[in-house]
Design a binder for this molecule. Structure first.
Ligand code: AMP
Length: 293
């Protein structure tokens, strides 16, 4: 892949691609790529002529006590993985260029940003919506692919694009999982062996919730209680939230239905993991390991 680090150079390339009428597919990431990221790259490649992947560990989406400094980084490894997945351009800017002195602008998506993870990570989604808006302006993609693993992030980006009339199509790609069901994440590399074993309970809890729903249970509180009990049976697990929400508004629901999202955030030691499933939507189709997507 062609690696570009300067914003000016990326803008020039993007301008030329647009002028040639080429469809640009874009996948924003924080790097330390895994199969989940690569599935997004393949989705982008199927739907566009040129694929741009950004790798940028965005400082403004980390809280002061979060893992910005220790977030795993390996651009050479990322570049090699991208070459095999259909990526054409790797855009890897520096924080100094993205946020120069006197930088002052924030994109805030109201309501959606305050729910679920937003309640526990104040400012996180402002960092996300702002950096994605900046990257869209630099890359000028025809379409951009986001993972269902970060469903709240995808919902916020969709809202931002609609509200700000951004000329980009947002595509959501299914969650890619390890063989035991754990959603792939760069942060899984933090887990000790014991934590890693316990972390598989997250997917089991979500699937338990889905099964209860499919067996006819509609009481969200009951389902969430069972999910919490299952998670708490693992010694390393410390629940931050387990919720049943409308997958569009992210508002809590008391009655489960088609389109309800079961979502959770759980600490294993100092590592915070998130995951979700959407009920109804044809069983596990939002889940790459369980369908042929
Ligand atoms: P990140 O590098 O964690 O910021 O993620 C970059 C993009 O990859 C986001 O759109 C994520 O939702 C997506 N992503 C991360 N993990 C997965 C996964 N296991 N399956 C599918 N998409 C993922």
């Amino acid at each position: 892949v062609d690696t570009i680090t300067s914003i000016a150079e990326m803008r020039d390339r993007a301008r030329a691609l647009r002028a040639e009428g080429r469809r640009v597919g874009f996948v924003p990431t924080m790097g330390y790529l895994h199969e989940g990221h690569l599935s997004l790259v393949r989705t982008a490649a199927e739907r566009s002529d040129v694929v741009v992947v950004s790798v940028f560990v965005n400082p403004t989406q980390f809280g002061p006590s979060e893992d910005f400094d220790r977030y795993p980084r390996n651009l050479d490894r990322d570049s090699a993985l991208l070459s095999g997945a259909g990526c054409d351009i790797l855009f890897a800017p520096t924080p100094e260029e993205m946020y120069p002195a006197r930088y002052a602008t924030v994109v805030h998506v109201q309501r959606l940003s305050e729910k679920l993870c937003g309640a526990f990570r104040p400012g996180h989604f402002d960092g996300v919506s702002t950096i994605v808006a900046k990257l869209f302006e630099i890359v000028r993609p025809t379409l951009a692919v986001f993972g269902q693993k970060d469903a709240q992030q995808a919902a916020i980006i969709e809202r931002m694009v609609t509200d700000l009339n951004m000329d980009v199509e947002i595509v959501r790609a299914p969650t890619v999982r390890e063989p035991d069901g754990l959603a792939m994440s760069s942060r899984n590399s933090y887990l000790t062996d014991g934590e890693r074993r316990d972390a598989s309970v997250l997917h089991r809890a979500l699937e338990r919730g889905r099964t209860l729903y499919e067996e006819g249970e509609r009481d969200a509180a009951k389902v969430l209680d069972e999910m919490r009990a299952l998670i708490e049976s693992r010694p390393a697990a410390e629940i931050q939230y387990v919720a049943a929400v409308d997958s569009r508004t992210l508002d809590d629901v008391e009655v489960l239905g088609r389109g309800t999202m079961l979502a959770l955030a759980v600490f294993f030691g100092s590592t915070r993991l998130i995951d979700n499933v959407v009920l109804g939507a044809g069983g596990s189709t939002a889940d790459a390991s369980r369908s042929e997507v």
